[in-house]
Ligand binder design. Structure first.
Ligand SMILES: *Cc1c(COP(=O)(O)O)cnc(C)c1O
Length: 236
């Protein structure tokens, strides 16, 4: 077994354990493998271990990897999630290549993705990114803005509103983190009441996975614990 396969097995066991503690079904939490900055060989190793959902943060890197793997025919049923900040001049590449976008945080971006998604493709699945920590530096719609944005996205024919994503403030304080996750869980429940197709609450990373699952996460985004530490972010 490769290290990557072993890491995935360990995380799946951690997910199952957290679900058991939270009295949730182990299948209610999906694992997104965050492969940013990592080579195709690592993605292939994770794929061979049964992993199918992958997340990327940088548009050019994502498009290069998606294109190369498609051409190779090696990993036909990968589902690609774009989870990084999106500038409006990059929306076309995301609309044409991703299966999911989890980082939609404003109307302008949603409109462009909807216009640029080819209507012969399946709808582009969308999570709205919420800034639950209220830090100015973070991307994300505010809790107040997000329901308005959801109402717009729900009307867009080439997008499918699936849920929410958040990156909490980095902290060792579990109580503070728990408050942030709880806030997101409450917005998510409200969104589900309004839009029955909403099924995805994307929160939890390498450092805070069990707590996120306790607060209803349905998708954890794990990079470091699968692929190891990352080198500093590449220039774009
Ligand atoms: C990099 C990244 C992750 C993965 O973080 P790890 O701490 O390495 O697990 C998850 N979500 C987003 C949005 C990221 O940018």
């Amino acid at each position: 077994m490769t290290d990557i396969a072993q890491n995935i097995a360990q995380i799946q066991a951690g997910i199952a354990q957290a679900c058991e503690r939270a009295e949730r079904h182990p299948d209610s939490v999906q694992l997104l493998a965050v492969s940013k900055t990592k080579p195709l060989a690592d993605i292939q190793a994770a794929y061979d271990a049964g992993q199918r959902q992958f997340g990327e943060n940088y548009v050019q890197e994502a498009v290069d990897k998606i294109t190369q793997l498609k051409a190779s025919g090696q990993c036909p049923d990968i589902e690609w999630h774009f989870i990084g900040p999106i500038q409006s001049n990059k929306t076309r590449q995301v609309a044409e290549n991703a299966d999911w976008v989890q980082s939609v945080d404003r109307l302008k971006i949603a409109k462009r993705l909807n216009e640029q998604r080819n209507s012969t493709l399946p709808q582009l699945n969308v999570c709205l990114q919420v800034n639950i920590s209220e830090e100015d530096s973070k991307s994300g719609a505010s809790a107040e803005q997000v329901l308005e944005l959801a109402a717009e996205v729900a009307q867009m024919p080439n997008l499918q509103l699936r849920g929410l994503m958040a990156i909490p403030e980095r902290t060792d304080d579990d109580a503070s983190l728990g408050r942030q996750f709880l806030a997101l869980e409450q917005i998510f429940q409200e969104l589900q009441r309004l839009y029955p197709q909403v099924d995805t609450l994307s929160m939890g990373m390498t450092g805070d996975m069990p707590l996120a699952i306790e607060h209803g996460s349905t998708m954890v985004r794990i990079g470091t614990a699968i692929f190891g530490e990352r080198a500093p972010k590449p220039k774009s």
